[in-house]
Design a protein around this ligand. Structure first.
Ligand code: FAD
Length: 486
């Protein structure tokens, strides 16, 4: 464990997870250690970037002004292949390995890559209209200038209940071209070349089934000028390496992905990709927090000994490390399943539904485990940990955000439970993972709870699904079962 905590993300991936790495992974980590991290710290310190809304001629331009080295930092990940490993080679493992290294240092910066490949997927799978190749080429560019994607669903009414809150309207102009009008409240990677936007086609039913997904380019393809406007940038406590803004769509051009009836599937598939990436990324950053704690403890003396030698410190470090290892196993299990099912379309197979359940479990549980590790790191640094000039507080800020975006804990608990119940997935789970080996009564407790109404089981859901996530993670970690599907 100590050696891994000193060796950075590649040491964990190779030593703990057993993934074969190549020179480019080690080179990418070395780049982060020497160049990337100082730049990332400067960006975090600088806070919210500046929004230049008008040109000197008074034309609306909505440019986001970052320090020049931001582009350099961002392009390193695109050049390394985080996006093109998916778009060119369909190699999710390679992409996520690079993502893990990125997020170890800067989980916010992992967002632009994640939303770019998550935008590429539904266009690749469902988009049939003209401009398909053009859009795919923008998002899959191998060399600079890299094309950036984004996924904008949330409106002021809330992100959990998109069926009720999405009010952006779309009407057909002609061909596959639609006109979109509405406001998006949380738009990460704002300024992206192409954004996937959730909107309601005219005449669509109420609720989630009435939402379709559109490609919205930054520049109008018919006519001149910006196709979407940036009202303002959010002043965030963390993830400052990705700009998040509010966006106004005003008769903006949108290009429908698939059919209006496929909107819900596109939406869920986008979310599945980014939730798996979030799970991988938070574990990486939680590990960084443990490395910080360990290295601080090697230098800090308490009661005549280095803190790192105190039994209680060693016990707690081991506990957090073990939990993170199990969380990492669950996240990488999801990656493996994503690789196996990402091309599926409805009607989905049983294994796709199992993947969905695993994704819900992984999103909420990995985020909690990583955040706890970061909070513990801050505590290990004592009073110094509370000072903004040292690393622990940043990790906490970053992981507070990654816990919320891509869906909050409540939503994943409730949605995960619904998937488990509706599709009767418990027997398949117990067949794939002998959870009784690590938690003897868990299977029967879940079985009994499945007969209850939502009102009756709300007090139990968190405990049951946390134990399930942990059991699957533990079994996977112990047996290195990431390839259970092949
Ligand atoms: C930095 C940042 C960047 C973001 N970027 C994007 C983006 O690029 N694109 C995008 O579409 N969205 C984005 N989001 C929005 C994000 O997805 C939402 O914040 C998230 O889904 C939660 O929605 P909400 O904040 O509106 O909370 P709400 O949906 O209003 O929920 C409020 C609270 O109610 C809880 N809750 C919900 N349902 C229940 C229930 N049945 N029982 C009990 N409690 C419940 C929630 O867990 C939460 O605690 C971003 C958010 C942040 C913070």
């Amino acid at each position: 464990m100590e050696e891994i905590l000193s060796g950075g993300p590649t040491a964990f991936l190779a030593g703990e997870m057993g993934f074969p790495l190549s020179d480019r992974h080690y080179a990418y980590q070395a780049w982060w250690q020497t160049e990337g991290l100082p730049l990332s710290l400067a960006i975090d310190r600088a806070g919210t970037p500046h929004l230049r809304q008008f040109s000197p001629e008074g034309e609306r331009i909505d440019e986001i002004l970052y320090p020049p080295f931001y582009t350099y930092l961002l392009e390193a990940g695109y050049s390394a292949g985080i996006v093109y490993e998916v778009s060119e080679r369909h190699d999710w493992r390679s992409s996520f390995l690079l993502g893990f290294i990125t997020a170890y240092y800067d989980p916010g910066l992992y967002c632009p890559y994640t939303v770019t490949f998550s935008s590429w997927v539904p266009i690749y799978k469902y988009y049939e209209g003209e401009r398909r190749e053009e859009f795919l080429a923008v998002l899959g560019r191998h060399d600079p200038p890299f094309g950036q994607g984004a996924t904008w669903m949330t409106e002021i009414g809330g992100g959990s209940d998109l069926g009720a809150s999405v009010q952006t309207q779309a009407y057909l102009v002609g061909g596959n071209r639609w006109s979109l009008t509405g406001d998006k409240y949380f738009c990460s990677n704002v300024g992206a070349d192409l954004a996937l936007v959730a909107a309601r086609p005219q005449g669509a039913p109420e609720g989630i089934r009435g939402i379709a997904l559109f490609v919205v380019p930054r520049e109008r393809l018919y006519g001149n000028g910006r196709n979407y406007l940036v009202r303002r940038l959010k002043d965030k406590i963390g993830t400052r390496s990705v700009p998040t803004g509010e966006v106004e769509l005003r008769e903006s051009e949108g290009y429908l992905i698939g059919s209006p009836q496929q909107g819900l599937y596109c939406l869920l598939e986008v979310l599945n990709c980014s939730r798996v990436a979030n799970s991988v990324g938070v574990v990486a950053h939680g590990l960084h927090a443990l490395a910080q704690a360990y290295h601080f403890a090697l230098r800090r003396r308490v009661f005549g000994q280095f803190l790192a030698e105190q039994p209680l410190f060693r016990h707690e470090l081991k506990q957090h490390y073990t939990q993170l290892t199990w969380a990492a196993a669950l996240a990488w299990l999801c990656e493996q399943w994503l690789e196996a099912v990402w091309l599926e379309k409805p009607p989905y197979s049983n294994r796709y539904l199992l993947f969905r359940l695993l994704t819900h479990l992984a999103k909420f549980w990995t985020a909690k485990v990583a955040l706890k590790a970061a909070q513990w790191n801050l505590e290990v640094w004592g009073g110094i940990g509370t000072l903004a000039e040292f690393p622990p507080e940043r990790s906490v800020r970053e992981l507070l955000v990654t816990d919320i975006w891509e869906g909050t804990r409540h939503r994943h608990l409730l949605d995960g439970w619904e998937v488990l119940k509706r599709y009767n997935l418990l027997p398949s789970i117990l067949e794939l993972w002998d959870v009784s080996a690590v938690d003897s009564s868990l299977g029967s407790e879940i079985e009994q709870a499945l007969d209850k109404t939502e009102d009756e089981i709300v007090a139990q859901i968190e405990s049951l699904l946390t134990r399930l996530a942990q059991a699957i993670g533990q079994i996977t970690a112990t047996r290195r079962l990431y390839s259970i599907l092949s």
